[in-house]
Design a protein around this ligand. Structure first.
Ligand code: FMN
Length: 358
C-alpha cells in the first residue's frame, strides 16, 4: 500500500527523479514496488520507453540570449508552469491521505495539471476539495453506461477541466510480477460506489467493470455527454490519432501505458512524430512513458509534443515523502528543463524545433 506520511527522507539528498525509485525500492513492500514499477510480459516496452529517449541526441545552438528562461506553456488553453503533467495511476490500495490528495496539492503548487484515475484511492470529489488546481479526470468506460455518465457528470461538477479517455486497456495486460505476488484487488474502487471485488484478483475485477466492446462511436457518445475537452490516451499510430481527432478529441496522448499493456509495442518517443504528423495541428499531442529527465521533456517537445506526462517518478516520490516528495520531484524536473533550455539556446518551450534533435 502507498502510505506516505511526512517526509522521512532527507530531500536535499535527492537530486534526480531516479533517486526516488531507488528509495522506494529500499523502503516499500515488495509487492507494492513491483506493482508500480512493473510492465507486462517481458517488460520490453517498459524498458524501451526510457532507453529510446536516452538514445536521442540534441543539437544545441549557441550565442543566443538565454538570460530569461520561461518554462510556461498552454495545455488545453490553460497556462501550465511547465510542459509537464502528472499521469493517471490506479494505486494498489492505502488511504486517501497518502495517495492522490498530496499529489494534487503538489501539482497545484507547481502549477501543472494532475490527472486522477477512475481507479483512484480517493474519490474525485475528495481530490477536488484540496482547492485550486488544474485537474483532469481519467475515464475508463464502464460496462454500465449509466455509471460512466455519472462519472463524467461528477467530474464536471467537481471542477475537473478535461476527461482523459484511456483507450489502450480493453483487457488488462499481464503483469507477471503481480501474478507472482498474488496482488489482490482493493475491496472496491472509491469512485465506483457499489463495486465489490468479492476477493477476485485485480485483473479480473478490472475486466468485470471495464467495457470491452468499444468503438470510435463511443468517443462521439462521450463528447455528447459533456462540454469538457476530451483527451484520448493510449494512441500509438497515426491512423488511430487521425480517428480520435475525427471523432472529437481535443488532444491525444501518445502512450503505451508505461509498458503495462501490450508488450513489444514501440517506445512512445519513436512513434511521436508519426502521430504528430497525422494530427497535423488539429489537436494537441502529449507523450508519456519513460520521461525521467528535463532533456527527455525537450526531446518530446522537439518531436511534436506540446507537453509530457510522468507516471512512476511521482508515484515513488509520494510513496517515500508525501506531498513534499512530489514537490521536490517537480522542482528537480523543472530545474533540469530550465538548464537544458539555456544550454540548448532556447528561452521558451515554443522555441524548440525538430532541428534541435539529431
Ligand atoms: C502503477 C500505475 C498505475 C497506472 N494506472 C493507470 C490508470 O488507472 N489509468 C491510465 O490511464 N493509466 C494508468 N497508468 C499509466 C500512466 O498513466 C502512464 O501512461 C505511464 O505511467 C507513463 O509512463 P511512466 O510511468 O514511465 O512515466 C498507470 C501506470 C502505473 C505505473
Amino acid at each position: 500500500m502507498i502510505e506516505a506520511g511526512p517526509p522521512n527522507v532527507d530531500l536535499a539528498r535527492v537530486v534526480k527523479l531516479a533517486d526516488f525509485e531507488a528509495l522506494a525500492r529500499e523502503r516499500m513492500e515488495r509487492a507494492t514496488f513491483d506493482y508500480l514499477i512493473g510492465g507486462s510480459w517481458d517488460e520490453i516496452t517498459r524498458a524501451e520507453n526510457e532507453t529510446a529517449l536516452r538514445r536521442r541526441r540534441l543539437r544545441p545552438r549557441v550565442m543566443l540570449d538565454v538570460s530569461s528562461i520561461d518554462l510556461a506553456t498552454h495545455v488545453l488553453g490553460r497556462k501550465a508552469a511547465m510542459p509537464v503533467g502528472l499521469a493517471p495511476a490506479a494505486l494498489p490500495g492505502g488511504t486517501c491521505g497518502g495517495a492522490e490528495v498530496p499529489v494534487a496539492r503538489a501539482a497545484a503548487r507547481a502549477g501543472i495539471p494532475f490527472c486522477i484515475s477512475t481507479f483512484s484511492v480517493c474519490t474525485l470529489e475528495e481530490v477536488a476539495s484540496t482547492g485550486a488546481g488544474d485537474r483532469w479526470f481519467q475515464l475508463y468506460i464502464q460496462k454500465d453506461r449509466s455509471i460512466t455518465r455519472d462519472l463524467v457528470e461528477r467530474a464536471a461538477a467537481a471542477g475537473y477541466r478535461a476527461i482523459v479517455l484511456t483507450v489502450d486497456i480493453p483487457v488488462p495486460g499481464t503483469r507477471e510480477r503481480d501474478v507472482r505476488n498474488e496482488l489482490p484487488a482493493p475491496d472496491h474502487f472509491a469512485n465506483l460506489p457499489g463495486s465489490e471485488a468479492h476477493g477476485q484478483e485485480r485483473d479480473a475485477f478490472v475486466r468485470e467493470l471495464n467495457e470491452q466492446r468499444l468503438s470510435w462511436d463511443d468517443l462521439s457518445w462521450l463528447a455528447s455527454l459533456t462540454d469538457l475537452p476530451i483527451v484520448v490516451k493510449g494512441v500509438l499510430t497515426g491512423e488511430d490519432a487521425h480517428l480520435a481527432v475525427e471523432h472529437g478529441a481535443a488532444a491525444v496522448v501518445v502512450s503505451n501505458h508505461g509498458g503495462r499493456q501490450l508488450d513489444r509495442v514501440p517506445a512512445t518517443i519513436d512513434v511521436l512524430e508519426e502521430v504528430a504528423a497525422a494530427v497535423a495541428g488539429r489537436a494537441e499531442v502529449y507523450l508519456d512513458g519513460g520521461v525521467r529527465r528535463g532533456v527527455d521533456v525537450l526531446i518530446a517537445l522537439a518531436l511534436g509534443a506540446r507537453a509530457v506526462f510522468i507516471g512512476r517518478p511521482y508515484l515513488f516520490a509520494v510513496s517515500v515523502a508525501g506531498e513534499e516528495g512530489v514537490a521536490r520531484a517537480l522542482g528537480l524536473l523543472g530545474a533540469e528543463v530550465s538548464t537544458a533550455m539555456a544550454l540548448l539556446g532556447i528561452s521558451r518551450p515554443a522555441d524548440i524545433t525538430r532541428a534541435h534533435v539529431c
